[in-house]
Design a protein around this ligand. Structure first.
Ligand SMILES: Cc1ncc(COP(=O)(O)O)c(C=O)c1O
Length: 491
């Protein structure tokens, strides 16, 4: 009976959304109906390619080789012709599915093609339409109150350069707004000593991931493998909430958890001030992703912002993974109803270009201080412009919320059907996750999902994360849930 009700609800959703998508999304119409696995996974061609690649580099992270001519919408096609429903989308970085026609058309006009071919040193020779492009594309989705933007190459370098920006802003405040540097500062920075290279710090959270370049890596706290053998800064760390689920049954415990973590943030800020290494910035993911999809309440973020304001540190929100719509809002921090905007917001992945938003008043005092040769790529902004149009024209934030509801309800049903295998369903929009009993079980779920036709992602010790494209509709959710049920039954 339950099964019949479930099937009819799912069918109703699918019909509703197919009606919605008709005439809108060419991708939705061109997609296959379902996954199609023709060989063992990995198949023979993939195995041969992996052998070849391994003879050139460390290729242990490679899962599959894609046939990008054949990938379409929510479906990934591998070298062996296997078609997978993609719920992980290249570590959450494909905004509107594979080969979206609007993106394929982006370089048909010669002006855009020339922007791709003539890649500029953006900080020195930007194109005549660059300021207008920044305004009409990136600033059109800027967090309220942040009136400046700097483009960068990737998530790590967005955070890395955001930290530099914050340190320069902090030191400018300490100098009382004086723009000149002392001879002592100029001499000491050349031997990596204060006062020119000051003992300032960035606080980050246990379980956080902010990237792999040196500054960013010092704030990454998810897994030892990312950090081993690399020198790091002595910067403070504080715990990030670890909630009990379901949230509505553990309200007071989770609130106490928020307060415990906030107290430790305050303690760490105080300790590092006393130690002569004050906290200039606090970086936080709205949902800790790579570390295990841990979420925190609006209350936690509001109080964290107060702690930053009271100590004079900048609040840096890392939306590299959460940004551009997957939580049902353009930026995940919008769910937190902060009374004031964050000081800095960093982005990459689904935004296709890296970068960070900040306040113009906080820009570096001199040129070439937050700078590199490319500082991003105008070609990526041309694609982002199309992505933002598709999000608007296809009403994709509404779709994310609708699909998210179907997925989350379905996952809750599965956790009650298989309580010995999965629990702690959580997240916002389609940015969802659940836990398996242990790492071995989690790894088996992800591996079996793949052989059953679904690409999925792992994070933290025991979590499975969902990171579909924004065009993942209820009909894809139904396929995902059916295959997950089959997979869990077989475990
Ligand atoms: C929250 C967050 N910040 C930063 C990064 C680093 O981005 P990139 O891999 O582009 O350097 C990632 C990558 O997964 C991320 O999830």
């Amino acid at each position: 009976m339950l099964r019949l009700i479930r099937q009819s609800v799912t069918k109703r959703y699918i019909q509703q959304w197919e009606k919605h998508l008709k005439g809108f999304s060419t991708v939705a119409q061109a997609e296959p109906q379902k996954p199609d696995i023709k060989t063992s996974v990995p198949g023979p061609k993939t195995t041969a390619l992996l052998k070849e690649l391994s003879s050139l580099q460390q290729a242990g992270s490679v899962q599959l080789f894609a046939d990008y001519d054949k990938c379409i919408g929510n479906y990934f096609v591998d070298a062996d012709g296997n078609t997978f429903l993609d719920s992980f989308t290249q570590i959450s970085s494909v905004p509107v599915g594979y080969n979206h026609p609007a993106l394929l058309a982006a370089f048909e006009d010669k002006h855009s093609l020339r922007a791709l071919v003539n890649r500029p040193a953006l900080g020195v020779f930007p194109a005549v339409d660059w300021p207008q492009k920044l305004r009409s594309v990136l600033m059109s989705v800027a967090p309220r109150g942040l009136d400046a933007v700097s483009t960068m190459m990737c998530g790590s370098c967005s955070n890395e350069n955001a930290y530099k920006n914050v340190f320069m802003w902090y030191r400018l405040k300490e100098r009382g707004g004086k723009l000149d540097f002392t001879p002592e500062e100029m001499a000491s920075c050349m031997v990596n000593q204060p006062p020119g290279s000051p003992n300032l710090s960035i606080l980050s959270f246990k379980g956080s991931f902010h990237g792999r370049t040196f500054g960013a890596l010092s704030t990454t706290r998810s897994k030892p493998i990312h950090k081993l053998d690399c020198p790091s800064f002595d910067w403070p760390v504080a715990p990030f909430p670890r909630y009990k689920y379901p949230l509505n049954q553990f309200k007071s415990e989770n609130h106490a958890e928020d307060n415990k973590c906030l107290e430790q943030v305050a303690d760490a800020i105080e300790k590092y001030k006393t130690k002569g290494r004050p906290v200039a910035g606090v970086i936080v993911e709205p949902i800790q992703s790579e570390g295990g999809d841990y979420e925190a309440s609006p209350y936690f973020f509001q109080e964290l912002q107060k702690l930053c304001q009271n100590s004079g540190a900048a609040l840096i929100i890392d939306e590299v993974q959460t940004g551009c719509g997957p939580t049902g809002k353009m930026w995940c921090y919008e769910h937190f109803e902060l009374p004031a905007p964050p000081d800095v917001l960093t982005f990459s992945k689904k935004m296709l270009t890296g970068g960070f938003y900040f306040k113009l008043a906080e820009r570096p005092s001199h040129p070439y201080r937050v700078f590199n040769t490319w500082m991003g790529d105008p070609g990526k902004l041309i694609l982002l412009e199309k992505v933002l149009q598709v999000i608007k024209n296809e009403n994709l934030l509404a779709l994310v919320n609708e699909t998210g509801k179907v997925l989350k309800d379905g996952l809750h049903k599965l956790e009650s059907e298989f309580p010995q295998v999965i629990d702690s369903v959580r997240g916002r929009g389609t940015f969802l996750a659940f836990n398996a009993t242990d790492t071995k079980c989690r790894d088996k779920i992800v591996a079996d999902l793949k052989t059953n036709g679904v690409l999925g992602g792992a994070c933290g010790e025991t979590s499975v994360r969902l990171r579909p494209a924004l065009v993942f509709a209820p009909k894809h959710a139904a396929i995902y849930l059916d295959i997950l049920r089959k997979t869990l039954r077989e475990i």
